[in-house]
Design a protein around this ligand. Sequence first.
Ligand code: NDP
Length: 344
Amino acid sequence: KRVLLTGASGFIAAHVLKILVAEGFWIRATVRSDAKAKAIAAVYPDAVKNGQLEFGIVEDIAAPHAHDKVVVADPPLDYVLHTASPFHMNVQDPKKDMLDPAVNGTRGLLESVKQHAPSVKRVVITSSFASILNADKLSPPWPGKVYSEDDWNPITWEKALTDPSNTYRGSKTFAEKAGWDFVKTEKPNFDLVTLCPPMVFGPIINDQTLASLNTSNQRINGYLSGQLTAVAPTGVHLWIDVRDLALAHVRALTIPEAGGNRFFTLADGIYTNQDICDILRKHFPEVKDRVPEGKPGAGLGLKEGEYFVGDNSKSKKILGLTYRGLEESVVDTAKSILELEKKS
Ligand code: NDP
């Protein structure tokens, strides 16, 4: 079982890599620099030594033919996992910084696989709830709506240029659509699976620093560190633990029935910023003073049916997933952030 993992330096990819190594896959991991390859190699010295894990450098996934070389392996690849995509809110040029890498990166990778790696049976792409939701219906949070794989974000290219959140949401929507369009029109040897996670919480296991903390976990860090002094409205109240999402990636690779499917991967139930603060204050008395109190136990402040939810039944049925609860996820995330804090 031979797999290419793009964006291996990322928060989610770190957990995917951990499972791939443990399950005995042969892995070529792409990163943007030698320094990032070395940092990951240091986590898996045995896998590197015995040839189970090697690295490919792809400085910019948006560049034409960026993946032509890394998809060629001997023996050839069976699978591709595409996690690389910009996810931050510091966009200067929406097209160049985010839309192009997401969309052209996805299309370019699929072209490279089709042309140079015909042995590949399946490509799994990390998409997002951003490609499912309707951002005009976040506030109030679309009463009664149950989001599923059938929903697509109606965002237009023009709207995606208007602010960083819309740019990110557009980048994920257009990239995922580009993937599905590619398999439809090009009819490659591989089938496609896309995963659509909402907010992703969970422990940080690569060499990230607090300054480069991934976007979703910045929220937990914001409350834990006291930078966020009031409990803000939650916005998107759907989430998943990164360890469950990583397992979803690996299952999506190998379960035959997963092919050709889009999966909305999310935990049961919802989270709110108030829940995060309640959990932090309960489990970490040493930082209780810096975590805002808000209104403990108030949650979203709405009754069931008064806000949107998500349907994760397809991911449970076909990928066989069970999902961690919020308390475990927030506690483990906070522990790993506090560890990073000690180191910095
Ligand atoms: P990270 O920012 O930690 O990881 C993103 C990865 O993509 C990094 O390895 C980054 O490399 C790489 N990358 C970004 N732009 C480029 C580029 N132009 N060329 C080459 N590599 C690039 O984010 P996450 O782990 O959170 O995200 C991984 C995937 O999951 C993304 O596709 C994201 O959209 C998706 N996702 C994340 C969610 C979340 O809440 N975390 C929610 C839903 C989806 P480098 O670090 O070197 O820049």
